[in-house]
Design a protein around this ligand. Sequence first.
Ligand SMILES: *[C@@H]1O[C@H](CO)[C@@H](O)[C@H](O)[C@H]1NC(C)=O
Ligand SMILES: *[C@@H]1O[C@H](CO)[C@@H](O)[C@H](O)[C@H]1NC(C)=O
Ligand SMILES: *[C@@H]1O[C@H](CO)[C@@H](O)[C@H](O)[C@H]1NC(C)=O
Ligand SMILES: *[C@@H]1O[C@H](CO)[C@@H](O)[C@H](O)[C@H]1NC(C)=O
Length: 484
Amino acid sequence: MVSSRVWACLALTGLSAAKYIVPGGRWQDTNGNLVNAHAGCVTVDQESGKFWLFGEYKVEGQPEGGGISVYSSDDLATWEHHGLALAPVVDHPYISTHHIIQRPKVVYSKVSNEYHMWWHADNSTYGWLLQGFARSPNITGPYTFVSATAPLGNWSQDFGIFTDYKDGRSYSLYSNGDRKEGRDVYLTSFNEDVSALEKVVHRFDKYDLEAPTIIQTDKSYYAIMSHKTGYRPNNVVAFRADSLSGPWSQPFMVAPLNTRTFNSQSGFSLRIKGKKKTAYLYLGDQWDSNSLWESRYIWLPIEIDDHKKTLELVWHDVYDLDVNTGEWSPVKGKTYYAAYAKTAGGAFKQEANFASKGTIVTGIYGNDSTVTFEGIEGTGRPQWVSFYYQNTDDMGFGDQPFGQPDRIGGTWQLRRIASVVVNGRMEKVETLYQRDTHKGIILSTPLQLTMDKGKKNTITVGGLWNGFDYKGADLDKIVVYPPE
Ligand SMILES: *[C@@H]1O[C@H](CO)[C@@H](O)[C@H](O)[C@H]1NC(C)=O
Ligand SMILES: *[C@@H]1O[C@H](CO)[C@@H](O)[C@H](O)[C@H]1NC(C)=O
Ligand SMILES: *[C@@H]1O[C@H](CO)[C@@H](O)[C@H](O)[C@H]1NC(C)=O
Ligand SMILES: *[C@@H]1O[C@H](CO)[C@@H](O)[C@H](O)[C@H]1NC(C)=O
């Protein structure tokens, strides 16, 4: 019975049709489950060209130790789950469900003809700061635990691996913790087997950054890292150098100010040498501290200009990446402005010189203070719809809803959750998370919706309970994208 729908789909899209990449969406694997592989890496199988995604497997209600999951893909958009590559082991001294098993990275070792996995290994209070090591002859695992060690005697917290495409050598990249003697990021070479560290190549001294990754062009290396604000996003920065040992440039911002790197944290990056172009991708995490297992992925193209020595993330709601040619292009959608939408109850239009039509809809609350976009064209198939919103809560902390933004020790909360209803069908209310922006900063967040075929659809947005109240964020516009 499955087949008729599957075949209809194949007939419509063709077998080779690439799927879109949608930063911040709820990504589903080929079984319809949420893709659950956070703060990890993508390892490219050099023979088949297949992409393997490894990451932290987050279990609902369990803070740590879910193990490391693995997925495969041919296009970086369609993901097949292969279970846990590294499963937690009961009573194990380093990889039980009570241990921290974070930021895994997997590389192929030519010397031993097997895959080597490294990660940040720790106890639940971050008291050890070690690097874990496991190996497997098979890329999907199961990986066998080897050791958890202190790199050249130092501490190691957020962990990354960089492999230089020019000579195939791999490097370990790690922040050495929060205490005063730490607060550095180390770049240390591995031996050829990628089974032990050799020597420190560079130390990013006292910048107090974390979540490091390096992206390489023909001429440069760019080290990308975030500030330390826990699961709350901040302004990610990059450094540039001609050689790994430096000299490295001053750090600079990689995304428009006050977007908190489009609400994401760095962690990995990917260079795809296509037949026509080389694509550079930022593979960031959009953490959800209230519900870690629901955290999302912000994967974006990176624009690099080696002549100007600049690097910038480029936001697109939906884009199409061809991993064979290395080309990517934004998908074009149809825009519907809140300025022309219909408000109900206490929702109203307010002047906002930063909004698309100088107008934003505010006061969205519960199920009677809503805004309705009318005359929306649908296809009868699932389509991504991006909601452009402003959330001015400024990451309040504790019981202070308007607490200091970006405050160290602040507990970031998802303050606004909207309800989204198509064609007044109240039996199917969709939930839209609207993370903090800043005042005057409009960001977008996507939802997959199925509308009727034709131009008479409506989308109504209200507010859902977020643990504090029923407030929805202010809306600027929505953009409806064609089906995949
Ligand atoms: C983690 O390790 C540190 C250092 O050994 C220790 O002080 C701390 O109590 C440990 N935490 C737990 C939960 O065992
Ligand atoms: C490697 O893993 C795949 C699937 O994950 C499995 O089919 C295959 O038998 C495994 N090979 C070995 C040598 O374990
Ligand atoms: C780690 O390195 C820092 C300097 O980066 C040094 O001050 C500290 O003592 C080292 N810690 C250990 C345990 O070696
Ligand atoms: C409408 O919102 C109120 C809270 O403001 C809630 O109690 C009620 O259940 C909601 N009604 C529907 C139909 O969702």
